[in-house]
Design a binder for this molecule. Structure first.
Ligand SMILES: Cc1cc2nc3c(=O)[nH]c(=O)nc-3n(C[C@H](O)[C@H](O)[C@H](O)COP(=O)(O)O)c2cc1C
Length: 249
């Protein structure tokens, strides 16, 4: 599946929470694995792996019941949470494009005796997926409940609309985009002491998801994109996450 198909999926994807629990065929699962392995990372230096689990392998508490779950494991290093969001969002869009439902699960865990660690890597997050038992796609862009472009950016960049539509934990949309010289600066809302322990981790995954949509949006406009993680000034109340340099192809 190419980047254009993933880009187009941004405008109709949604979280699916009701599933037909019949497992998908091995052939379909093999294709999903193959796509996942081929997804582009945000940071090539971070090791990561996937693991595919079934309904019985995931704690029932706080999770959506689905026939399959894709778990993301990562070396705990640098921007590994953003990297997880960037990679798994490609899988989220891919599943939607091939007619399967999926839902990010920020609280669910693999059952302890199974796989909380894998090859020294930490479990980061999972996506539930399978055949949907509810409408799979949005049919109207007005169905997206999202902040306005003005609320997430200090400049009127035309390529931010697909980024605005990105999913986030509890739909918090913690991202902000500003300009610094010829670069876009991506920052994240600072959390108060009450919210930080709850959302500090998933909000970094959210930023990776938004940056994935930004990458697909710029690819769609035939622009090249270079990520840089050296700090730049950010607006009050936000913390620095990434800089993005845009060029022509
Ligand atoms: C990192 C992350 C964690 C999430 N965790 C959960 C979860 O534990 N349970 C759930 O039902 N939805 C979860 N969601 C789904 C969000 O609630 C959903 O993406 C958001 O409300 C926007 O809706 P949409 O995905 O339908 O566009 C999560 C989303 C993200 C990005």
């Amino acid at each position: 599946m190419d980047k254009i198909q993933l880009y187009e999926e941004i405008f109709r994807r949604k979280s699916v929470r009701k599933y037909n629990l019949r497992p998908l065929s091995n052939d379909v699962l093999a294709e999903i694995r193959e796509f996942s392995e081929s997804a582009k990372p945000l940071d090539n230096s971070i090791r990561y792996e996937f693991s595919f689990l079934h309904t019985a392998d995931v704690s029932k508490l706080l999770s959506v019941k689905a026939p399959h779950y894709i778990c993301f494991y990562s070396e705990k290093k640098g921007n590994y949470l953003m990297n997880a969001g960037f990679i798994l969002q490609q899988v989220n869009l891919y599943l939607s494009a091939r007619g399967l439902g999926s839902c990010w699960l920020g609280m669910a865990k693999p059952l302890k005796q199974k796989t909380v660690m894998k090859n020294d890597m930490e479990f980061v997050i999972m996506l539930a997926f399978g055949n949907a038992n509810e409408p799979l796609h949005r049919t109207n862009p007005l169905e997206f409940r999202r902040k306005s472009l003005a609320a997430i950016s200090s400049s009127s960049f035309d390529f931010l609309e697909p980024v605005r539509l990105a999913p986030s934990a509890v739909n918090s949309q913690p991202w902000f985009f500003s300009e610094n010289k010829d670069e876009i600066v991506v920052s994240r809302e600072k959390l108060n002491a009450l919210k930080a322990p709850l959302y500090g981790r998933v909000n970094q995954i959210d930023i990776g998801i938004a940056v994935c949509h930004l990458w697909l949006s710029l690819e769609h406009r035939n622009k090249s994109i270079l990520f840089d993680f050296t700090e730049a000034p950010v607006p009050d109340g936000y913390e620095f996450m990434a800089k993005v340099k845009i060029g022509s192809k």
